[in-house]
Design a protein around this ligand. Structure first.
Ligand SMILES: [Zn+2]
Length: 462
């Protein structure tokens, strides 16, 4: 059941190979992730009762060990500490972290090799490739121990929401199955129903709703936009909602209007889950669905004021020894929340989290396409620095591409080919334009998709 969190926390870089997955699914997580997973589950059970001093002591102990590791084994940090006169013993507590300069995506991109710990064997590393929501590709490594902790945190989050072994969980996302006519696949070992929520039309949405009624999942895990669209379609077509306990969203901004709409149609709370591939900051809403409880077992989370008055989420993962990220700037923004959560859990909570923007592309055929999977057309091409898709009207999209140097004809052709394969539309016009740089929003974010369409008018008459 551990894998049920996989897609929402780390986007899969390619279509799901569901056959391999069906078999892999039967391997228990304690075998898959090893001792680290068992240890993480034990720790998370114990830490439920910890107070502030226990958390401070836990973080102090892990931080101190990590900083010494960085100073001894990570070339980038050896150099950085020397340049800034930082001795490992100077950084003991979360407050001491201030002495260390931020780590940015740009630095990770340029100094990737120097960020790898020389004493950690390659088999302990997992390579992660992402373009996030910005269209700027990024590749880095995480420690298997970090992945184990992430899985354990996700299990605990479900337990907060009353999950018990055997409960069916539906996942609604842009999965692509090898058999393209397929709407869903059921994974019996993890009791998951995974839906391919791409290329939607009335017939497919009807099948999704019928399947949800047939499997009666207790939880629906989804990207906000997908469950929002589903809710709108159900309401429009007078379809009864399946009797789920919670809808859990992750990976994108959960806009208030979306939350309200989904809650109205499904008649259950929407619970949001924040994390990122770099695994430096996790914060989950509990069953009350108010604040986001910062997961202090994973990392030290700081909120850093930016010049425009926002607070950026900056995180230090305490478990990634393979490629330590100290004070990593996530590019996501949040406000801290002062009131105590009614659930009684102490510790820091965040109010709304912003920065994970997303929208959908609409084709002339009336299909809705999430931009997420399109990322992959960009990051496979090393000449491309960043990209942005703009949709002015339903007839086509403009793809702005900034190259590290210059965009070659070969890359341009490869991009056009890959996008056509992913968009699967004969009528959508795709124009590629090379630009110097991708413009930012007033808040400093680069959006991967800018849509000027009013979704209400184009959503298959939703
Ligand atoms: Zn709470």
């Amino acid at each position: 059941m551990i894998d049920l969190v996989k897609s929402l926390i780390s986007k899969l870089p390619r279509p799901v190979d569901e056959w391999a997955r069906l078999i892999y699914d039967f391997v228990p997580p304690s075998v898959r992730y090893g001792k680290a997973y068992v240890a993480a589950l034990t720790l998370l059970r114990e830490s439920e009762t910890w107070g502030p001093s226990e958390f401070a002591e836990y973080q102090r102990r892990l931080l101190s060990k990590l900083i010494h590791h960085c100073a001894e084994n990570v070339p980038y940090y050896r150099e950085l500490f020397r340049e800034h006169g930082i001795r490992p013993d100077d950084v003991k507590t979360a407050d001491d972290l201030e002495r260390i300069p931020f780590l940015t995506k740009e630095i990770v991109r340029k100094r990737k090799e120097d960020l790898l710990a020389v004493n950690i064997p390659a088999r302990r590393r997992l390579t992660v490739r992402t373009s996030g929501s910005t269209g700027t590709p990024l590749e880095f490594a995480i420690d298997r121990a970090t992945r184990a902790m992430e899985r354990a945190l996700a299990v605990r989050h479900l337990k907060w929401l009353g999950w018990k072994k055997g409960d069916v969980v539906a996942e609604i996302r842009a999965a692509t199955f090898s058999d393209s006519g397929r709407t869903y696949r059921y994974f019996p070992a993890s009791r998951q129903v995974v839906f391919d929520f791409t290329a939607l039309d009335d017939e497919k949405l009807q099948r999704v709703v019928e399947t949800l009624h047939a499997f009666r999942p207790k939880y629906i895990r989804a990207l906000p936009w997908s469950v929002f669209l589903l809710a709108r379609w159900m309401e429009r077509n007078n379809k009864a909602a399946p009797p789920v306990r919670y809808v859990i969203t992750a990976s994108e901004n959960l806009r208030p209007a979306m939350k309200e709409h989904v809650e109205r149609v499904f008649k259950v709370p929407v619970i949001d889950h924040y994390g990122q591939n770099e695994q430096v900051a996790y914060a989950f809403q509990c069953a009350y669905g108010i604040g986001y409880h910062v997961q202090r077992e994973m990392s030290i989370v700081e909120l850093i004021r930016t010049s425009d008055g926002n607070s950026e989420i900056v995180g230090t993962c305490l478990h990634n020894y393979a490629m330590p990220f100290l004070r990593y700037r996530t590019g996501d923004f949040a406000l801290s929340r002062d009131e105590l959560c009614p659930c009684g859990r102490t510790g820091p909570t965040l109010a709304s989290i912003n920065g994970r923007e997303v929208d959908v592309i609409v084709t002339p055929e009336g299909r809705l396409i999430a931009p997420g999977p399109l990322d992959f057309a960009f990051y496979r091409l090393p000449e491309i620095k960043e990209a942005q898709i703009i949709q002015e009207d339903v007839s086509g999209i403009l793809v702005k591409v900034a190259a590290w140097d210059r965009l070659s004809e070969q890359t341009r052709a490869a991009l056009a080919r890959d996008l056509a394969a992913l968009l699967k539309s004969d009528r959508l016009e795709v124009r590629i334009e090379e630009v110097e740089e991708i413009s930012r929003t007033p808040g400093g974010k680069k959006l991967f998709l800018v849509s000027h369409l009013k979704l209400d008018h184009y959503s298959m008459g939703l």
